[in-house]
Design a binder for this molecule. Structure first.
Ligand SMILES: [Zn+2]
Length: 417
């Protein structure tokens, strides 16, 4: 069997045929060159208008990198024709294996982009002996293609979230689809301002925004404002993950403050190294941590009382009726307001202010995938952290869309791997 035969099986072109296959001696990496020729009696297609036009001349041979094979780099070699087009003038012909003036064939581009979903970009570059830039360009093209071809119909529920990006307080706003049948990242924007979210809605379109049934978000004021304005008909839900993280942050603050005070007064340092005891869910503690927690609970410390308040609040999510959930919420807030622990009181005030939105959770409970915002948040952080090369916003954006966008791919991807 010849290499040509295999190529014709995976990548057959109507107007071009494979010619000889040469092995290049003395190259730093073993290299195969596969010659391509126009099929007899076919005319070249103008790259400007896509119509068959009479030939003009032929350019020197060019190499286009194809999917590597058995440790060999593989190149297509072809001398492009130029056409004399009535509409566009003298133009290079359109080639079915490559877009524009690129050096990587479409097949290789999709191949690299596909692997970049499974491995880090660095690893892909190393595995296929190519550069980080080639991997990046491939992923970028896959994202641009995928976003142009994705189907946005039927989106019922969306989640809005933000992640800190780079060091300091730079944020990204992320919009997800969180329907139970389809979960994906839809949109990314810089910062977390009114304007960021307005840009999301502008991109998403008025009609689609007004057809939304559910929106899940944090209690971040700019978001609340924009959501009310742009999709007022949707049930707005404050998600569990963000509310619980407000409580965790409060506990952290109380504990840090109290540790300092105890130290200053010369008490036994019972609170040092207890951060995770108080933040982890009890069922996730190790035996040793569990014992330590029991010891800690004997002290009547503000940290401990805050911890117990947070654990008690977990019960809130188990209610079925919004009415009784509301009763529970009011009681919890009253109790917390009496605790005299300022960071906890702050959360209680916040929850009181957003009572109707909090209770929407029970109205919408089974109609969207509730844990998904947290899941996406974790994955998004991992994606931005994993890639050291993402110094720019653009690269971060591309990486996130590629990892979380569930973007469509063309048929060619299935043929090659
Ligand atoms: Zn033309």
């Amino acid at each position: 069997m010849q290499i040509k035969t295999i190529l014709n099986r995976v990548r057959k072109f109507k107007s071009f045929v494979y010619g000889s296959v040469r092995c290049i001696e003395g190259a730093s990496v073993p290299t195969l060159e596969i010659e391509l020729q126009p099929r007899l009696n076919t005319r070249a297609v103008c790259s400007g208008c896509g119509v068959k036009r009479p030939g003009y001349d032929r350019l020197p041979e060019r190499r286009f990198e194809f999917v590597p094979m058995w440790g060999h780099k593989v190149f297509f070699v072809y001398a492009p024709r130029r056409v004399e087009c009535f509409d566009c003038g003298i133009r290079v012909e359109r080639l079915p294996w490559v877009a524009g003036k690129r050096r990587l064939t479409d097949a290789y581009t999709w191949f690299l982009a596909g692997w970049a979903k499974r491995l880090s970009w660095q690893q892909v570059a190393a595995a296929f002996r190519t550069s980080w830039d080639h991997v990046f360009c491939s992923v970028e093209r896959a994202v641009v293609w995928g976003r142009a071809h994705q189907d946005l119909s039927g989106v019922q529920a969306i989640g809005v979230d933000e992640i800190a990006w780079q060091r300091g307080h730079r944020y990204l706003t992320l919009g997800y689809q969180i329907d139970s049948h389809c979960k994906r990242l839809l949109w990314i924007g810089e910062k977390r301002t009114v304007r960021s979210l307005l840009r999301f809605f502008r991109w998403f379109g008025k009609e689609r925004s007004q057809a939304l049934g559910f929106i899940c978000s944090d209690m971040w004021k700019p978001y609340l404002k924009v959501i009310a304005k742009k999709a007022g008909q949707a049930i707005h839900i404050l998600d569990r993950f963000h509310i619980m993280s407000h409580l965790s942050k409060a506990i952290d603050e109380v504990r840090a403050q109290e540790t300092k005070e105890l130290k200053a007064k010369g008490y036994e340092p019972v609170l040092t190294k207890t951060r995770w005891l108080l933040l982890k869910r009890p069922e996730n503690l190790t035996d040793q941590q569990d014992t330590k927690l029991s010891e800690l609970l004997q002290y009547n410390l503000r940290s401990i009382r805050s911890y117990l308040l947070k654990e008690e609040f977990q019960l809130f999510w188990w209610y079925i009726s919004p009415y009784w959930a509301g009763v529970f919420l009011d009681k919890w807030c009253t109790k917390t307001m009496r605790s005299k622990i300022e960071p906890m009181k702050k959360v209680a005030r916040l929850l009181r202010r957003h009572r109707p939105l909090l209770l929407n959770w029970f109205r919408a409970k089974k109609q969207f995938s509730s844990g998904i915002v947290e899941e996406f948040n974790t994955k998004a952080k991992l994606t931005t952290r994993k890639a050291y090369g993402f110094r720019t916003y653009h690269a971060t954006e591309i990486a996130l869309y590629h990892a979380l966008g569930a973007l469509p791919v063309p048929k060619i991807t299935h043929e090659l791997f």
